[in-house]
Design a protein around this ligand. Structure first.
Ligand SMILES: Cc1cc2nc3c(=O)[nH]c(=O)nc-3n(C[C@H](O)[C@H](O)[C@H](O)COP(=O)(O)OP(=O)(O)OC[C@H]3O[C@@H](n4cnc5c(N)ncnc54)[C@H](O)[C@@H]3O)c2cc1C
Length: 191
């Protein structure tokens, strides 16, 4: 499938919003992603759709700090560029209310879901941008751990986790150490 770039906008130090046209007939569920062709050799990178399915366009939220093929491709785009993609893909769908834990760009599917409350882990203040929602922002793991420990009924929540592989693995271990069981956890790893 193809889409055209409407605009590319810098949101903070490493975060960019890429807005694409939405091909007619394309329907997605909040939490799904598309796979972009980022190199003529056929290399692909996945990006979650970050606006609600009812939107007339497709928004992607890209963290370009890895600066690999995907990041460089996104930064090379300009209004009118044609983007080759496959999708929508994925099964990271919200099936219940709960607690939403995002590492960095892992907030993207939660924005599409209009989910809340979101606990958002970022490395630096320079990475923050206005999400249109109201996430609780954490810069250190210690503060996040203290916050999670303060939730009395954590065992009763469905917990949705999204971010890099180390983030999801680290948070899974932490949550299990706090008494959460695996059936409460729903995770998407940005590998
Ligand atoms: C289902 C799915 C959905 C995704 N959705 C998004 C999204 O909405 N927004 C988004 O920005 N990314 C998303 N990703 C990740 C994205 O596909 C790329 O992998 C990522 O942006 C890095 O691409 P790159 O080509 O620039 O770097 P790569 O060439 O893949 O990596 C360059 C270097 O950076 C490291 N690296 C890669 N990713 C990270 C990271 N997150 N943190 C730290 N180091 C890293 C790699 O190990 C490597 O050493 C998603 C991934 C998956 C699987």
């Amino acid at each position: 499938m193809h889409a055209r770039v409407i605009f590319l906008k810098r949101l903070s130090k490493n975060y960019w919003l890429l807005q694409l046209t939405k091909p007619e007939g394309l329907n997605f569920k909040a939490g799904q992603y598309i796979s972009l062709k980022v190199h003529p050799d056929g290399h692909r990178r996945s990006y979650s759709l970050s606006d609600p399915p009812s939107s007339s366009h497709m928004n992607l939220l890209a963290d370009v700090s890895p600066m690999g093929l995907g990041s460089k491709y996104i930064l090379s785009l300009h209004p009118g560029s044609l983007v080759d993609f496959i999708g929508p893909l994925g099964k990271f769908i919200k099936t219940s209310d709960g607690l939403f834990l995002a590492g960095g760009s892992g907030i993207a599917p939660f924005l599409s879901m209009r989910a809340g409350p979101i606990l958002w882990s970022l490395h630096r203040k320079s990475e923050v941008f206005d999400t249109g929602l109201n996430p609780l922002i954490f810069y250190t793991r210690d503060f996040l751990t203290q916050y999670l420990k303060s939730i009395q009924d954590l065992k009763n929540y469905h917990i949705y986790l999204c971010g890099s592989r180390p983030y999801v693995s680290g948070m899974t271990k932490l949550l299990i150490s706090l008494g959460v069981i695996s059936t409460q956890l729903h995770a998407e790893k940005f590998v």
